[in-house]
Design a protein. Structure first.
Length: 276
């Protein structure tokens, strides 16, 4: 329709009085237009056949311009839709990341520790040291009992030291003891570790997803600004110096043969009327 309007095809083809002038003009332009696409190179060749070579050149170059505009419009629309989708996704994932980060911070504030792995290691090491001291004191106490009575000061001292170590062990396991390395008791560490690792894993996944979406979003912004890779005019049409078709020799042969047969036919008609 653009070609028909810009080059006034209906007037040029004398279609003003036709019943369907626009449809006829469209069909005329369509029949005069040809194209060839090479799948290997990705090159599309467009041509237009007309009696006037200059007009044919103008029309085919205008077609190429319209193709360029249309491809860019489609590319920009697609890139814009992708960009809008990524913007929405990035905003949603950013909000989710902030929510998970706040949950992890609140959980760490409630538990009073930053890293459960370090806490568990310190608690385990302290318990092992206390356990070793308790076993050593128990062995020493049993050995002393064989040689001295229960009322002996050494036995009393060992029992007191053993009771103190056991009290410290209980405090460490239950939390808040003198040797405790944090406010969390040893028995609560497994359950809290599961919660901590779950929150930390969800936050890391959300952060990784956010980084990937932001990377894709930046690429989409570049795609929306650069459409040269989608459609590029390799070469524009020039005014042809020779006709495309029909060939001069072919036209001469056809005209000669047609003239001969028409002459023979006319001779027969004249002879018929002469005899009549």
């Amino acid at each position: 329709d653009t070609i028909v309007a810009e080059f006034d095809m209906m007037k040029r083809l004398n279609l003003q009085k036709s019943k369907a002038p626009r449809t006829t003009a469209r069909k005329s332009v369509e029949e005069a237009t040809y194209s060839k696409f090479d799948e290997k190179s990705g090159i599309l060749e467009v041509g237009y056949k007309d009696i006037d070579p200059r007009r044919a050149t103008l029309i085919v170059n205008r077609m190429v311009d319209l193709l360029d505009q249309e491809f860019k419009r489609l590319t920009v629309d697609k890139a814009s839709a992708k960009r809008a989708y990524l913007e929405t996704s990035v905003a949603a994932v950013e909000q989710e990341t902030r929510r998970l980060s706040d949950q992890l911070i609140a959980f760490q504030a409630r538990s009073g520790i930053i890293d459960f792995t370090t806490q568990a290691s310190e608690n385990t090491r302290a318990i092992a040291q206390l356990q070793s001291q308790i076993v050593s004191k128990q062995m020493e106490l049993e050995l002393q009992k064989k040689y001295v009575p229960e009322s002996d000061s050494r036995i009393v001292k060992l029992k007191a030291e053993l009771a103190g170590l056991e009290k410290l062990m209980t405090g460490l396991k239950e939390g808040g003891g003198e040797f405790a390395t944090g406010p969390v008791s040893q028995k609560d560490i497994p359950a809290l570790s599961v919660q901590y690792l779950g929150l930390k894993r969800d936050l890391e996944i959300s952060q990784s997803t956010l980084a990937l979406l932001k990377q894709q979003y930046e690429m989409a912004k570049l795609e929306s600004m650069d459409t040269s890779a989608t459609f590029q005019v390799v070469e524009r049409a020039d005014v042809p110096e020779v006709r495309y078709s029909p060939g001069r020799a072919k036209t001469a042969v056809i005209a000669t043969v047609a003239g001969f047969f028409v002459s023979v036919l006319v001779a027969f008609v004249v002879e018929y009327f002469h005899k009549a």
